[in-house]
Design a protein around this ligand. Structure first.
Ligand SMILES: C[S@@+](CC[C@H](N)C(=O)[O-])C[C@H]1O[C@@H](n2cnc3c(N)ncnc32)[C@H](O)[C@@H]1O
Length: 248
């Protein structure tokens, strides 16, 4: 009942997501997931172009789902792709097609890799889904080597104001089972040492956002706080959306 749902003000509201509930929900979603997310192909391509993996790089795909990202992986990259839901992983397995991809059933909030294992990490449509996105981002940061890059693509509400009512209602209805729609990436980043290298608004009034992040090497000064301009690109605050009206 709608009155029983929590329609909060912090952008994280909604029924509490749990791994058990999400695994159940994504077991159902697995059947038609690829059709629903087909519109994001251009954004995925853009994301991998930003990441720009080099031959021999080790890449982690966090919450890889049905492997919709696999087609953008260069063949000489050594990828590890983890997900919570076996039904999603089975579909991902069918897309490996000769690439160097190791699939593992694993919780993104508790990665079973030593620190500094990967050169790059991909967080596509996962930070808005998992029960604890801050912990998930910290785990991805830990598993990435100093100087390594992460890319996050999702629906974020990074403004200081509370999200509009329709987003809070969407969170309440979908948050526990599909995805939240207005979590605050900048608040998550504040719990890490990650620097924002580049932010690209992808559409829906900037709700869909692509964010390129870098793990600083020890002793490096942290310069790219969220919303800041990073010296590597000087582009954070004046990016052109993709397409004439910011389409995905
Ligand atoms: C919206 S899908 C995104 C899939 C893929 N990254 C993509 O871009 O299409 C969310 C995925 O997160 C997975 N997931 C949810 N909670 C998780 C967790 N705690 N650890 C790992 N994967 C999780 C789900 O099984 C699902 O495959």
């Amino acid at each position: 009942m709608i009155t029983a749902l929590r329609i909060g003000v912090d952008g994280d509201a909604g029924p509490m997501a749990t791994n058990t509930g999400l695994r159940r929900a994504y077991t159902v979603w697995a059947t038609f997931y690829d059709v629903v997310v087909r519109f994001l192909r251009g954004s995925r391509r853009r994301s991998f172009a930003l990441l720009n993996p080099q031959p021999g790089d080790r890449m982690l795909l966090v919450g890889c789902g049905t492997g919709a990202d696999f087609e953008f992986l260069p063949p000489d990259v050594e990828a590890t792709a983890i997900d919570l839901t076996p039904a999603m992983l089975r579909r991902a397995a069918a897309k490996i097609a000769g690439r160097r991809i190791c699939l593992l059933e694993m919780d993104a909030m508790d990665l079973q890799f030593p620190a500094d294992t990967f050169d790059e990490g991909v967080l596509h449509l996962i930070l808005a889904v998992v029960p604890d996105p801050g912990r998930t981002l910290r785990e991805a940061e830990r598993a990435t080597r100093p100087g390594g890059l992460l890319v996050a693509l999702d629906k974020f509400w990074n403004r200081p104001t509370q999200p509009p009512l329709f987003l809070r209602v969407a969170n309440a209805l979908l948050g526990g089972y599909v995805t939240a729609v207005s979590r605050n990436l900048h608040a998550m980043l504040a719990q890490t040492s990650l620097e924002v290298v580049r932010e690209v608004p992808l559409g829906f009034g900037g709700l869909y956002l692509l964010s390129l992040l870098r793990k600083p090497a020890p002793g490096e000064r942290q310069v790219g706080t969220p919303g800041d301009t990073h010296p590597m690109t000087s582009e954070v605050n004046h990016l052109t959306p993709i397409g004439p009206s910011g389409h995905l």
